[in-house]
Design a protein around this ligand. Structure first.
Ligand SMILES: NC(=O)c1ccc[n+]([C@@H]2O[C@H](COP(=O)([O-])OP(=O)(O)OC[C@H]3O[C@@H](n4cnc5c(N)ncnc54)[C@H](OP(=O)(O)O)[C@@H]3O)[C@@H](O)[C@H]2O)c1
Length: 328
């Protein structure tokens, strides 16, 4: 079978599609004939060689897939060969066949295209869990989302109205992305420059925001604290730049501001609470099935197109969510 292989740290020059052995499921696992696989920034972090993201080279990326069940490992119940499923694989998802733990394999309802389903297990599930679990979103909240033009940012804009609605302010690294972010559902999109704090305060009549979703390590944390309203929650969920992160602010800053800083890790939940990832994936697939959620994705025609798309993500030029067509 064919799979994407990253041969060494770097860029697309070190990625290639290769023939590799077809994996078989172990006990409690399921193998899937992959129809579509989602691309995520974590693939880029692994490709760059960020600490903790690559166990060995060559590296086989890919952490969300949709397709049909190929084979059941010993002890797996409730699934059958041929079922349409979405899953978080045990890595190596950008391939024609991938293996996943059965508890992270979720049936795809009739009528939901596998193309959109491939964005559910990591990207859309993360966006939902950021809002509901980590962010404790309540209807009417004002939410500030950094890197609003990407896969997670675009999904948050689709999900907030489904959760009761709120006011959405997005930030972008490049001003030219702002118009697309507003077209994607944000009420306001702002460049991350020296005027950002003042612009957020002006946009909220000086009150500030109830929730900040921040994947920028700690580079924007001082701003987040500045613009959070009393009772505000700041959720740190990434380190796009890949550098060292700073210490958290003194407790007094949180006490005096009535603020909460929290963290979110999909990988952490996959390891320690996979039921929560599966439940979020199933909820997303339900939204897609009943038509409440429509989530446009950028389709790549084959695995061969993935390295160039990873380059776009790495350079901060990607817009929206990317999925690659892999099999039939
Ligand atoms: N904690 C978790 O479980 C979890 C799960 C999924 C994703 N994430 C994080 O969420 C973020 C969005 O993920 P995604 O898959 O949807 O990717 P994405 O948003 O499509 O692409 C990443 C975005 O990060 C921004 N960025 C900021 N600094 C950057 C840098 N030094 N190099 C490259 N890009 C930089 C860019 O947007 P701007 O320049 O417009 O800011 C870029 O478009 C990523 O940081 C990812 O690691 C975390």
């Amino acid at each position: 079978m064919r799979a994407l292989v990253m041969t060494a740290p770097g860029g697309s020059e070190n990625s290639e599609v290769r023939e590799v052995g077809t994996p078989r499921p172990g006990p409690g696992e399921v193998s899937v004939d992959v129809a579509y696989a989602g691309l995520n920034f974590v693939d880029v972090m692994a490709r760059r060689g960020d600490a903790g993201y690559t166990v060995e080279w060559p590296h086989r990326p890919g952490l969300e897939i949709a397709g049909t069940v190929r084979e059941l490992g010993a002890g797996v119940t409730g699934l059958a060969v041929g079922d349409r499923v979405a899953a978080v694989p045990t890595g190596r998802g950008l391939a024609e066949v991938a293996v996943a733990r059965a508890e992270l394999v979720v049936p795809v309802p009739d009528g939901v295209p596998l193309r959109e389903a491939a964005a559910a297990p990591l990207g859309l599930a993360t966006s939902l869990l950021l809002l509901t679990d980590a962010g404790r979103f309540t209807p009417g909240d004002t939410v500030l989302v950094h890197s609003a033009g990407g896969g997670i940012g675009s999904a948050v804009a689709q999900l907030v109205p489904l959760l009761g609605g709120g006011r959405l302010i997005g930030t972008v690294g490049r001003p030219e992305k702002a118009a697309g972010v507003q077209e994607g559902g944000y009420h306001l999109a702002l460049p991350r420059d020296e005027n950002l704090a003042a612009a957020v305060r002006a946009a909220t009549d000086g009150r500030g925001v109830d929730l900040v979703l921040d994947p920028l390590g700690t580079t924007a944390l001082a701003l987040d604290l500045d613009v959070a309203a009393p009772g505000g929650r700041i959720v740190l969920f990434g380190n796009a730049g890949g550098g060292a992160v700073d210490a958290l602010p003194p407790a007094g800053r949180l006490l005096s501001g009535n603020l909460t800083i929290g963290g979110f890790s999909h990988r952490g939940l996959v390891a320690a609470a996979p039921d929560r990832v599966a439940a979020a994936t199933a909820r997303i697939l339900g939204f897609l099935a009943d038509g409440r959620l429509t989530f446009p994705v950028n389709e790549l025609a084959s695995l061969a197109e993935v390295p160039a798309a990873h380059d776009l993500l790495a350079a901060g030029h990607a817009t929206g969510k990317y999925v690659a067509r892999v099999g039939a």
